[in-house]
Design a protein around this ligand. Sequence first.
Ligand code: PNS
Length: 173
Amino acid sequence: MEERIQHKDIIAVYPGTFDPVTNGHLDIVARSSQLFHRVLVAVLRNSQKSPLFSTEERTEMIRSAIGKWPNVSVESFEGLLVDYARQRGAKVIIRGIRAVSDYEYELQMAFMNRRLAPQLETVFMFPAETYSYLSSGLVKEIGLLGGSLGGLVPQEVESRLRRISPSSSSLRK
Ligand code: PNS
């Protein structure tokens, strides 16, 4: 039987805009759920990125995709991530890195978060290679233009994108 080493008692927060959640995000959730006692997927409210989906929609889409991991839950947050993590008793922030292009932004955030809350550790994880080119921005563009998203997002996400008329939507990341 496969041995599962979970860092006992460690609560990890996996924050993001998740507009919408992709299978790349879920791959990181799956890996984190194996490592940490509890994983909280934290959806940013009022993002400056003007999300296509409301906070509630983004949260619902994640909720319907995480049922198979009993130690994973989702909620939204606003304000500073470090404050939210502290309120939830989390010791770890999880971020997924796909390519070198993600690195600079992620490093900046990790150092800034460390300055704000030195006790919080940022842990970077890599999704499966299959998802290394996947982004929420591309998913929106392809989905809204009628392209196939099979294997890239949960069915629920694809259906929701299909229901949105391209003329009334924003294609921003
Ligand atoms: O999926 P994203 O858009 O790359 O996620 C960015 C997110 C939500 C992790 C980041 O914007 C964030 O933490 N926002 C909360 C406000 C905050 O703490 N800002 C300072 C970050 S150093």
